[in-house]
Write a protein that binds this ligand. Sequence first.
Ligand SMILES: Cc1cc2nc3c(=O)[nH]c(=O)nc-3n(C[C@H](O)[C@H](O)[C@H](O)COP(=O)(O)OP(=O)(O)OC[C@H]3O[C@@H](n4cnc5c(N)ncnc54)[C@H](O)[C@@H]3O)c2cc1C
Ligand SMILES: *[C@@H]1O[C@H](CO)[C@@H](O)[C@H](O)[C@H]1NC(C)=O
Ligand SMILES: *[C@@H]1O[C@H](CO)[C@@H](O)[C@H](O)[C@H]1NC(C)=O
Ligand SMILES: *[C@@H]1O[C@H](CO)[C@@H](O)[C@H](O)[C@H]1NC(C)=O
Ligand SMILES: *[C@@H]1O[C@H](CO)[C@@H](O)[C@H](O)[C@H]1NC(C)=O
Length: 493
Amino acid sequence: MARAARLLAALAALLAAAATGGDARPSKIAVVGAGIGGSAVTHFLQQHFGPRVQIDVFEKGTVGGRLATISVNKQHYESGAASFHSLSLHMQDFVKHLGLKHRREVVGRSAIFGGEHFVLEETDWYLLNLFRLWWHYGISFLRLQMWVEEVMEKFMRIYKYQAHGYAFSGVEELLYSLGESSFINMTQRSVAESLLQVGVTQRFIDDIVSAVLRASYGQSAAMPAFAGAMALAGAQGILWSVEGGNKLVCSGLLKLTKANVIHATVTSVTLQHTEGKPLYLVEYENEMGIGFDVYDIVVIATPLHLDNSSTITFEGFDPPIDVIQDSFPPTVVSLVHGYLNSSYFGFPDPKLFPFASILTTDFPTFFCALDNICPVNISTSFRRKQPQEAAVWRVQSHKPLLRSQLKTLFRSYYSVQTAEWQAHPSHGSRTTLPRFALHDQLFHLNALEWAASSVEVMAVAAKNVALLAYNRWYQDLDKIDQKDLMHKVKTEL
Ligand SMILES: Cc1cc2nc3c(=O)[nH]c(=O)nc-3n(C[C@H](O)[C@H](O)[C@H](O)COP(=O)(O)OP(=O)(O)OC[C@H]3O[C@@H](n4cnc5c(N)ncnc54)[C@H](O)[C@@H]3O)c2cc1C
Ligand SMILES: *[C@@H]1O[C@H](CO)[C@@H](O)[C@H](O)[C@H]1NC(C)=O
Ligand SMILES: *[C@@H]1O[C@H](CO)[C@@H](O)[C@H](O)[C@H]1NC(C)=O
Ligand SMILES: *[C@@H]1O[C@H](CO)[C@@H](O)[C@H](O)[C@H]1NC(C)=O
Ligand SMILES: *[C@@H]1O[C@H](CO)[C@@H](O)[C@H](O)[C@H]1NC(C)=O
């Protein structure tokens, strides 16, 4: 009874606000999730609707989501997403806007381990690296680069479209506007298939391409070409990360917008039948009990999936909103403080072990990648630990490492800390591309994760959802799902 009365009061307040507010701005917005997607959409929504709109951000865990750090030996290290491509324009903007800094780069060589020996070793000399690639793989390397560059060049059009205020209601419309049917096709065929078609050899795919995909996505060259191209682009450009930890971007954006962060798990979203604009009832729970509130706009900024514990139900919608159970294979990140067993990699003398980053080919092994990592705060006197010294190594694997496996990779160790993630969706496990718009003013930001899953892609999705909500709110339908935007954007300038 008390609940019904409170609900009525909340509805009445919102309707009154809508009636009196001459500008008919939304009065309350809910964002579910405070990872990069939720934090960025909060910032963009405020940019568009202005500072008077109240934004409640619900977070059941910690702000940052898959951007997180773990403390080892009094220093903090990235345990989730570690680095970004230099052309991550939204992320670059956030960092500048928040007065954060790029972390200083500490050089280190990488190599690809094939089980018995290294199939590719990076040297200190750039030309020699190119020569080796050329010697071993011929023109495949150039063809790969051209393929990746073409995808990136088309993908980058999104920034121009967004700057002009254009939004898309589904992943298919967004991809089509950037790369027409070839982008849609790339979500349906594999990396291997696409690369073979442009003349990259199977050997190059097995040795190099699959090693990069294992390290970045924990997947193989059978993953869809679009997500694969984005991962391969990440392996080519200059990478960067945020001084003090990548998650500072999320907490910074939320602080900047003065959003109201509520520590609670959202359990359901129910459509309230009213005349005119729809209203959404959001129910949540935390240690203090159960709560609810009513909103004009709701953005779900987390994958809708996984175990029963985090499933959000949608009630009162006709047709019903079906949430397809997404498949997110586990990724385990182990931060090991100890001495590398360089003998395992064929270097009996640890002093001679030259690599800071080891990728692996698809040979039967228990780990995907191994990195000698630096803390998130780097002083000017910092130098990377030598392989014969105790260092912090980040091991990525599909399953938690067994004691025997740790004993194989490390001569000895002081500590092991693990983070178990559902890092990326199993790309290609879905036949249709999902939509951002679940209802008039109910959005799912992570729909774009099905095309490619990275921090910058989620920032792009956040901008898209904020624009979509804004254009729908003010009925600016010319700015939604337009075709031939390349032409429109040119003539608008
Ligand atoms: C190990 C690892 C390595 C990675 N490496 C990279 C990399 O190098 N570069 C890169 O670009 N990307 C990388 N990624 C991917 C990147 O981290 C993600 O694509 C991105 O961070 C996703 O952000 P998000 O905000 O969409 O989701 P999330 O960060 O998952 O945020 C969702 C938030 O919602 C909260 N939540 C969920 N359900 C509810 C609910 N019912 N109520 C309230 N709150 C809820 C969660 O607690 C979470 O905080 C990596 C990911 C992992 C795990
Ligand atoms: C996309 O795939 C379809 C069929 O699979 C094919 O007919 C079409 O030509 C492809 N388009 C491009 C641009 O590759
Ligand atoms: C780490 O860097 C961040 C961002 O520059 C800064 O706010 C923080 O104080 C630093 N922490 C330490 C321990 O130096
Ligand atoms: C989901 O719920 C079912 C039945 O309530 C239970 O058997 C199952 O273990 C749960 N799964 C997870 C991942 O929690
Ligand atoms: C290190 O690797 C070698 C070679 O694989 C292995 O024989 C040895 O048991 C490993 N462990 C230690 C502690 O040396």
